[in-house]
Structure formats: structure tokens, C-alpha cells
Design a protein around this ligand. Structure first.
Ligand code: MRU
Length: 348
């Protein structure tokens, strides 16, 4: 089973190039796009070729390797100054996933100490970030699965799987480990408008793994919970504030409200690089607004009445009070609050 998860590689470094699996084409087509320069990498993040908070961070790290190669060739004396523009370009690609800013900050720190050709050292670092993320996902899988007390079905939202990370997944890492341990028997997946990450990506990953998956429209979640058909909602996160508030794909907050009402447990699986201790309260997390066109159309075809406006926030924030467990590779925080999050993050 783990072998299959490992074979889903959203991000590869091959032949001195970054290669991204074009997630816009899945599941109909499996195509890798090659990248040699950082501007195109930033556009790929913005345009959703690659998406999911940890995957965005890893991609940015490889993008910085490409930027350093170009800037060093241009000016061996001034490349460190010139690469700052590229770091800014990457930082402007998507605003909510803090893993992007974490990766840029981390690579900037490495750049500061470099002498000579920067590419080998920066590539080592990007590959380490990538490998560490997969290891973190596996640990979160074990820790999250251990919280599940009896064989049950779960509901997930968006795609927090191998495709959204270096590999294996956060929420879907818990699903993979829980399925292997006989604790998760069935996955319900919200289709997740407007990008359909659930229908296209989560369902695809689950089918590849042989994990039974049932798709539903988002609006079906309340009915599912009322019928007592799931024990847990398990999701990922793009940014977790210092008080334990959780930003994730739009619709997650609604699921948390429903879960509490129906006595369903709510689990968030995310690496420590998703926790932003500089953001005190979830209301301060920047929420990406995407084009209304994404809501007004489906698969490139208009679906709404001409003249209708659309609102398209990509994320929402679930208050910590509605979260039963935050699972990170550093450990589990039950009923998160400011004190418990601080203790988790000190425990490096
Ligand atoms: O807009 P996306 O597809 O990048 O949104 C992704 C999510 O909301 C995921 O749940 C989150 O990034 C966690 S991925 C492990």
C-alpha cells in the first residue's frame, strides 16, 4: 500500500529540472511539465498546476534552486542580492498556505551562508525539505490513526493527499495508515467546488490505493452526519494560527460546525511548517480570493446565468473550539488552544 502512495509524485527533480505533475489534468491525464526558471514556477503555483500547502512549499524550494542557478550565472558577485526579486515573485503566487513562506524563509537562511556556486547546496536543501515532508506525513498518519477508536467511515474535504504534499498526504496519510490498521473502512469525499479537488484528486488517490471511496456534493455532509454514517471528519490545513484556529479549503468551517452538532469528531492533520506562531488569531490569516470565473464555469464551460456575480474565497477559518485534534509530526494537540500550541512548537 505504501508503495502505491510513494508512486504518486506531484513533484520530481530530474535531469536538472523541476517537474510538476499537472494536477489540472487529473484524473484524465497524467502529464509532467518541466520547469527551468523561477517565474514559470511561480505561475504554476498560482495556476494550480501544483496545489496543497506542503506541495506549494516544496515547489517553491526547488524554484529557488532554479533562480539561484540563473542569478549566479548572471552575476557570481551579486546573485544573493538579485535573487531577492525571485523570492518576492514566489511569495506573491498564493497568499494563504504558510508553507510557501516557511520554505522561502528557510532557503533564504541557507543562501545567507553560501559561498561559490549555490546550486548543489540549495538542491540538497530542497530535497531535504521534500524528504522531511514525506517522513512527517508518515508520522502524522500513525499518530492520527491511533486516535481512531473503532473501525469507521470518515469524511474528508478537498485533497490533502500525496498530491498535496511531498507524498503520502496529511489527512489522506491518516486515511492510508488508518485503512492499513483496519480502523478506517470507508472514505466519503466532498467533491469540493470550484476546483473539484475531492472528485478529481482525492477520489483518484483512493481508487489507486484500493480504499473504498464515495463522492458526495458538499451539501450532502449534514445528511450523512445525521444518519450517523461517519465517526470523524479528517482534513488538512493551509495555515494554523497560534491559538489553534485552522485555515483550510472553503467549506471546512461548515463541516466543523456540522460535526460538533452531530457528535462527529474533527481532526486536522498538518506538518509543523503549517503552524504560524506569528498569527495570533485565525481572523488574521490572509484568505485568498480567486477569480469569480472559477465559480461561474465548470471545466472551462459557463454554467451560471449570464450577469450573475460570484464570490470565490478559496479558504475559510475553523475556530480552535471546533477542533478535536491537531495532528502534527511533533505530536497531537487535543482541544487546541494558545498554550498547547506554544508547547507543541517549543518541542522542536
Ligand atoms: O486550493 P488548494 O487546492 O491548494 O487547497 C488545498 C487545501 O485546502 C488542502 O486541504 C491544504 O492545503 C492541506 S494539503 C495537505
Amino acid at each position: 500500500m505504501a508503495k502505491i502512495a510513494d508512486s504518486i509524485q506531484p513533484i520530481r527533480w530530474e535531469d536538472h529540472q523541476l517537474q510538476l505533475l499537472d494536477q489540472r489534468l487529473l484524473p484524465q491525464e497524467t502529464r509532467y511539465l518541466p520547469f527551468d526558471e523561477v517565474q514559470a514556477v511561480a505561475e504554476a503555483i498560482r495556476d494550480m498546476v501544483v496545489r496543497g500547502a506542503p506541495a506549494i512549499g516544496i515547489t517553491a524550494a526547488y524554484g529557488i534552486v532554479l533562480a539561484a542557478r540563473a542569478r549566479f550565472a548572471e552575476s557570481p558577485a551579486n546573485w544573493k542580492k538579485r535573487i531577492e526579486t525571485d523570492l518576492q515573485t514566489l511569495a506573491q503566487s498564493r497568499p494563504t498556505a504558510v508553507n510557501l513562506f516557511w520554505a522561502i524563509g528557510h532557503m533564504r537562511g541557507v543562501i545567507a551562508g553560501l559561498q561559490g556556486d549555490p546550486e548543489p547546496a540549495l538542491l540538497d536543501e530542497a530535497q531535504k525539505i521534500h524528504a522531511d515532508d514525506i517522513a512527517a506525513c508518515r508520522r502524522m498518519g500513525e499518530l492520527g490513526a491511533a486516535l481512531i477508536q473503532r473501525p469507521c467511515a470518515i469524511l474528508t474535504h478537498c485533497n490533502a493527499g500525496a498530491l498535496a504534499t511531498g507524498g503520502y498526504g496529511t489527512a489522506l496519510g491518516v486515511v492510508r495508515a488508518g485503512f492499513a490498521a483496519g480502523k478506517i473502512t470507508h472514505v466519503f469525499a466532498d467533491e469540493t467546488r470550484p476546483w473539484l479537488q475531492g472528485a478529481r484528486l482525492t477520489a483518484w488517490e483512493m481508487v489507486q490505493e484500493g480504499i473504498p471511496v464515495t463522492l458526495q456534493a458538499e451539501g450532502a455532509a449534514a445528511h450523512l452526519m445525521k444518519q450517523g454514517r461517519i465517526d470523524w471528519v479528517i482534513v488538512g490545513s493551509d495555515r494554523i494560527a497560534a491559538n489553534g484556529d485552522v485555515a483550510n479549503k472553503i467549506g471546512t468551517y461548515g463541516l466543523a460546525v456540522l460535526a460538533r452538532h452531530h457528535g462527529v469528531k474533527f481532526m486536522v492533520a498538518a506538518p509543523a511548517s503549517t503552524v504560524d506562531m506569528a498569527i495570533v488569531h485565525g481572523d488574521d490569516i490572509p484568505i485568498e480570493q480567486r477569480s469569480p470565473e472559477e465559480v461561474l464555469s465548470l471545466a472551462g464551460r459557463p454554467i451560471a446565468a449570464a450577469g450573475a456575480a460570484a464570490w470565490n474565497p478559496a479558504f475559510d477559518v475553523t475556530p480552535a473550539a471546533l477542533v478535536d485534534a491537531i495532528v502534527t509530526e511533533r505530536g497531537v494537540v487535543l482541544a487546541p488552544d494558545t498554550g498547547k500550541m506554544a508547547a507543541l512548537m517549543e518541542n522542536a
